[in-house]
Design a protein around this ligand. Structure first.
Ligand SMILES: [Zn+2]
Ligand SMILES: [Zn+2]
Length: 147
């Protein structure tokens, strides 16, 4: 038994969200959610499909995409608006990102200052803010060291 989040607890969280939204609980949704909930990271549909095929033979990429989009609507993951393949953040709390234009890595930034300032500027201009995303792009420390 994992002390942090036992499978039953992970399942219960998704079941509550699906039922709350009037959606069906399926073995496929539960299995994909278990994989997503296992590690904090930024996952692509392709990577999730590779990990899930052992448990879910016959699973297709469009299904993984639609399930990740569903999880995003339910607030289980957050879609990161970064260049390249769609990335889903298993940490749904708002935070900022850095993405590398060379290797494509997506990393968390330990600040919300840019997002807070952008939100204030939008509100000061009379806009109603729904969400704010800050993605800093450039060459990551690892790639810069290789150059
Ligand atoms: Zn890089
Ligand atoms: Zn993140």
């Amino acid at each position: 038994m994992d002390a942090v989040a036992p499978t039953a607890e992970v399942d219960a969280r998704l079941v509550a969200r699906l039922r709350g939204a009037g959606l069906r609980v399926t073995p496929q949704r539960l299995a994909l959610h278990r994989i997503v909930a296992a590690t904090p990271r930024h996952v692509t549909a392709e990577a999730l499909l590779r990990e899930a095929t052992a448990d879910l033979p016959g699973l297709a990429l469009p299904t993984v995409y639609s399930t990740l989009e569903l999880f995003a609507e339910l607030g289980v993951v957050r879609r990161v608006a970064a260049p390249g393949a769609a990335r889903y953040d298993t940490d749904p709390t708002p935070h900022d990102h850095f993405t590398c234009t060379r290797c494509g890595t997506l990393l968390d930034l330990d600040t919300s200052a840019g997002r807070a300032a952008a939100t204030r500027a939008a509100e000061a201009a009379g806009h109603r803010v729904a969400s704010a995303t800050v993605v800093v792009t450039g060459v990551c420390a690892g790639c810069a060291a290789d150059a």
